[in-house]
Design a protein around this ligand. Structure first.
Ligand code: FES
Length: 563
């Protein structure tokens, strides 16, 4: 196929006026007002999805990144046209960005389809923005390059290195237990986020960046350069150049993604001890590509992959350390024996060709370990099943407490995140370290699936030195969090899943090794309880109604069922 055949440029996706010649003429007329002449408009058009926003400090230097991408596009002979979409910041969006991920995906997909572009560069980063953009690019299926904001640099407080948000949580827990004063936590608050960029531990943003690079939808080495670095801007320039190449070659996500590329992505996810949120996002992306991924597929990969990236929350390093150690290319080199090397990337090369000349992790660094010397032997993220979660649940075993991964305890139930906030610290509840704290109505339909699953340890127990307890919910947790926390219980409480039927005092048994989570209550009793189950009211209008009526459960990726 000739290169020319893939370029329609400004004549792609014409506005409908019932006269093609008029539509083209009108486009040229309006674009002349922006200074574009026929030479400009004869070039491949590269759309750039810009998610800069004053509400998104994780994307703070994105305007400079977009300029660097434009430079790369111009160098390669394309015409860059940037356009804004929704930008979701984890910390400034209520009730939770997860409620809006599919809205961003829909908006991005539709704008890619509606406007003239031969290829698209999608610039995201903060947790939901990247999966939303990839879902959009996969569905729109035009040549696409992912660029991420990159991580923040670490901060420092009284000589201690700090990073969002594992250290945000750790320090807050010390404050709740009385170990850190009000003045001290105020000082820490000002030291945690020292630059723009995404959270600099192996949270959801970092995990998904590494996953997307592995899937072949990002330029090699693009996942790890810090937001404020020259390496980040250089990645933008090469991504712009590559987008023009893709516009000419016509290489689309559908030709890149395969069951093997997703298995490779799961291998990297497990080697990172990545965010549990990635399970939801990767499943949704695979679904968009027409590839089925089940929780059993995650377990099959987790069984054979050790954790070799030493980053918080499972380890001690930060994203800038991973970048200095060589980033994803060096990680892929070390994982070579566990990967399918025939998968393709936007470079047009196979994974095998791409990592052929990459060197194994150097002995001068400690962030990417050798397979023979893992941080954690296997099963970083475990999918659980059992009577409490017949369709599945997940736990980040690598960030759980060894003494709790096999535990039976009495349930103490909170009806919602708000109920937990109201009652959790009340000593009259009589919560002990052996209790299993259950949070329900935090699933996709119940609450948009907020990151509320990592319930804090009750203050009075924290003051006694209790650092972890078993917690179970149908909500998610931040990829930066840690503890023995069972998440994404399916079906969720709002649709009458077994988690809706738990009562205070019921026994819950967690056995991570056996991959089980059981509610030890007889079937007859559960059937009785089910009779009195009343589902929550459905929202009456707008996005909330569409979302509640069509969102799928966590084991299917929480996408809308019609997308
Ligand atoms: Fe944006 Fe963590 S809040 S990546």
């Amino acid at each position: 196929m000739s290169k020319k055949e893939h370029i329609e440029g400004i004549n792609r996706n014409l506005t409908s006026y019932g006269d093609v010649g008029f539509s083209r003429y009108l486009r040229r007329a309006f674009l002349s007002s922006a200074g574009y002449d026929r030479i400009d408009l004869g070039k491949p058009i590269i759309g750039i999805v810009d998610t800069s926003s004053d509400y998104n400090s994780c994307h703070r230097q994105m305007p400079e990144m977009v300029q660097a991408i434009k430079r790369g596009v111009l160098q390669a002979g394309g015409l860059p046209l940037a356009f804004p979409t929704i930008s979701l910041n984890e910390i400034l969006t209520s009730p939770t960005t997860m409620f809006f991920r599919n809205l961003q995906a829909m908006e991005t997909e539709e704008m890619i389809r509606a406007q003239p572009m031969d290829a698209v560069v999608l610039v995201g980063g903060c947790d939901k923005t990247l999966p939303a953009q990839m879902m959009a690019a996969i569905s729109a299926d035009i040549p696409a390059v992912s660029v991420v904001a990159g991580s923040m640099l670490t901060g420092s407080w009284r000589g201690e290195r700090l990073g969002a948000c594992t250290d945000c949580r750790r320090m807050w827990a010390r404050h709740r237990s009385g170990e850190l004063s009000e003045d001290e936590i105020n000082e820490i608050e000002q030291a945690l986020c020292s630059t723009g960029g995404t959270c600099m531990v192996m949270g959801t943003a970092s995990t998904m960046a590494c996953v997307v690079e592995t899937l072949g939808l990002m330029m090699p080495g693009g996942a790890t350069p810090p937001h404020s670095s020259g390496d980040r801007l250089k990645n933008c320039v090469v991504s712009g150049r590559q987008a023009v190449e893709l516009a000419r070659s016509g290489l689309k996500p559908s030709a890149i993604l395969s069951p093997a590329s997703f298995r490779n992505a799961l291998t990297v996810l497990m080697s990172l001890s990545g965010s549990t949120n990635a399970v939801v996002h990767i499943t949704a992306m695979a679904r968009r590509a027409g590839i089925s991924l089940t929780l059993d597929d995650y377990n099959a990969v987790a069984e054979r992959v050790p954790v070799i990236v030493d980053c918080k929350p499972a380890g001690k390093g930060y994203m800038e350390d991973l970048h200095h150690a060589g980033g994803v290319p060096v990680l892929l080199k070390e994982l070579e024996s566990l990967l399918d090397l025939s998968t393709l990337s936007i470079t047009g090369q196979t994974l095998g060709e791409q990592i052929k000349n990459i060197k194994a992790p150097g002995s001068w660094q400690t962030t990417i370990r050798r397979l023979s010397d893992p941080l954690y032997p296997k099963n970083a993220i475990v999918s659980l099943k059992g009577s409490l979660a017949p369709n599945g649940a997940v736990i980040k075993a690598a960030a759980a407490s060894p003494h709790l991964i096999r535990h039976t305890g009495k349930a103490i139930v909170f009806e919602s995140p708000e109920d937990a906030i109201d009652r959790l610290d009340n000593p009259e509840l009589g919560i002990t370290p052996d209790h299993v704290m259950v949070l329900r109505n935090g699933g996709p339909i119940g609450a948009g699936m907020p990151e509320a699953g990592s319930l804090p340890i009750p203050k009075y127990l924290a003051a006694q030195g209790v650092k972890d307890m078993v917690r179970v919910s149908d909500a998610r947790m931040s990829g930066t969090a840690y503890g023995t926390i069972v998440l994404h219980c399916c079906p969720e409480a709002a649709v009458g899943g077994p988690i809706a039927l738990v009562r205070d005092g019921d026994l819950i048994e967690l056995d991570v090794e056996q991959k089980r989570i059981e509610l030890l209550v007889g079937e007859d009793e559960l059937a009785l309880r089910k009779k009195s189950f009343v589902p929550p009211p459905t929202p009456k209008r707008g996005w909330a109604k569409l979302f509640a009526e069509h969102v799928t459960q966590a084991d299917e990726g929480c996408d809308l069922d019609f997308l």
